[in-house]
Design a protein around this ligand. Structure first.
Ligand SMILES: O=C(O)CCC(=O)C1=CC=C[C@@H](O)[C@@H]1C(=O)O
Ligand SMILES: [Mg+2]
Length: 343
């Protein structure tokens, strides 16, 4: 297994900071439903010679963590995407940690047939009973769909083993980041195997937030990796992580508008294999979008196509002058971090 991954922006010279700042539009988009504590999504869009890119690190992220997201947005807008091997991407629908009664409403927002659903679990303040009730509501509403869960590292190892044992009846496709640490993932996986429970373990934060995104694969801590273009520093770097990990991969969103989803779709379109539905259906969880015709799935399939933001929408969604300044400073800080890391 090769261990290194390519440098940011594929080692190419970055456009100047001035060029980047001249071509940015900052937007604020209210969510339909709270997702990972976010009610309003703030995001920056860049226009470059190759198209559009989206930079939307969550507001609490450090410059160091956000810099990878900038590299990804600049890659999309200035370099463009690598060659694709497919034009259609199978997607999962996503159910946030809502009450079971809200499940039909959430699922009703997705167009057409739904074959795979990712259900958020282990939310702070909720119980295993809440999670099982939510899963049951999804299973009742869509008896033919396959289910998977995402705990965002919210369980202890004991809780993860108990919860995933209790969820055996749902025949989960995989359980995403049941616990926080890489070693914890490996132990939970082993303990479940001892109990003859073979639910595959997927690593998300342990890949996208890790200093070494390949540690999970090296330690055999997971069966599947979740990859996101922005936190991994772009499509090319994410492809390298998949190739070098040797594990099946699922492309997921970072809760962007359709411009960022297009980048995720480019990543999914370039992967040699796509054994599961990708988590790129999150535009449906937002009240508005930056493009007129949103990049959403129909019957669980997303057709890859170019997207261009709509000027009227960009004006409607534009942030205040103060917020705009804050974002420009953030872009500047991340840009400087990238330049330093290239030298
Ligand atoms: O994978 C999906 O179905 C949707 C995307 C998704 O779950 C996420 C998007 C953005 C931030 C993350 O906390 C979250 C995730 O943990 O995968
Ligand atoms: Mg996740």
């Amino acid at each position: 297994m090769k261990t290194s991954i390519p440098p940011f922006f594929d080692g190419q010279q970055l456009p100047s900071l001035q060029e980047v700042l001249e071509n940015v539009r900052i937007c604020s988009i209210p969510m339909n439903v709270k997702f990972r504590g976010v009610q309003v999504r703030e995001t920056a869009l860049f226009h470059g010679p190759a198209g559009w890119g989206e930079f939307a690190p969550f507001l609490e992220y450090s410059v160091e963590e956000s810099a990878a997201w900038l590299a990804s947005a600049v890659e999309s807008a200035w370099l463009g995407f690598p060659e694709a091997v497919r034009t259609e991407i199978p997607l999962n629908s996503t159910v946030p940690a809502v009450e079971a009664a809200q499940v039909p409403d959430i699922l009703g927002r997705y167009k057409g047939e739904i074959r795979e659903v990712k259900v958020k679990v282990a939310e702070t303040g909720q119980s295993l009973q809440d999670d099982v009730a939510r899963l049951r509501a999804v299973a009742q509403h869509l008896p033919a769909a396959r289910l998977k869960v995402d705990a965002n590292g919210g369980w202890s190892e004991d809780q993860a083993v108990t919860a995933l044992s209790a969820m055996e009846e749902f025949d989960l496709l995989y359980a995403e980041q049941p616990v926080e640490s890489v070693q914890g993932l490996a132990r939970v996986r082993e303990r479940l195997h001892e109990k003859k429970i073979f639910v595959p373990i997927a690593a998300d934060e342990s890949v996208r937030k890790a200093e070494d995104p390949l540690e999970v694969a090296r330690l055999g801590a997971a069966d599947v990796i979740i990859i996101k273009a922005a936190p991994l520093g772009g499509v090319r770097r994410a492809l390298a992580v998949v190739e070098r990990s040797g594990l099946p991969a699922v492309v997921s969103s970072a809760l962007e508008s359709s411009v960022g989803i297009r980048t995720g779709a480019a990543l999914a379109a370039s992967l040699p294999e796509l054994p599961f539905g990708c988590g790129l259906g999150t535009v449906t969880l937002m009240t508005q979008d930056t493009v007129e015709h949103s990049l959403v799935a129909e019957n669980g399939v997303l057709k890859v196509r170019p997207v261009v933001p709509d000027e009227k929408l960009l004006q409607i969604l534009a942030v205040s002058a103060e917020k705009n300044e804050w974002w420009r400073q953030r872009i500047t800080d991340c840009y400087r971090y990238l330049v330093d890391s290239q030298n």
